[in-house]
Design a protein. Sequence first.
Length: 114
Amino acid sequence: MLNNRRTAVLKVAESLYAAEEAIDAALARAAELTGAMVTARTEANLSALVGQDAFEVSAAAVATLTRARGELVETHKRLSNAKIQVGLRTLAVGDMGKPPVAEIEDGLHLRSVA
C-alpha cells in the first residue's frame, strides 16, 4: 500500500514539474515577444501608436501566464500538504526538484541521524 502511494506521488510530482517548466518557458517566451515588439518599434523609429493594440494583447498574455503560474505554485503547495496527509512527509523525489521553500525555511529538509 505504501509503495502504491509512493509511486502515485512520484508520478504526480513528475507531471507537476513538467507543467511548472512549461509555464515558465511560455511566460519567458511571451515576455520576450512583448519586449521585442517594444524594441522593434523603437529601432524602426515608429510612433508609439503603431502596434499598440498588439502590444496590449501581448502584455495581457504575459499577465494571464503569470496568473497561471501562480495557480501552479498553489497546486504545488497543496500537493505538498496532500503528500503529508497520506503519510509521505519525508518522501524525496530525487532529482525531480527542490524541497518547497517552507521546508527549507523551517529546516524540515535536514534530519539528524544518530
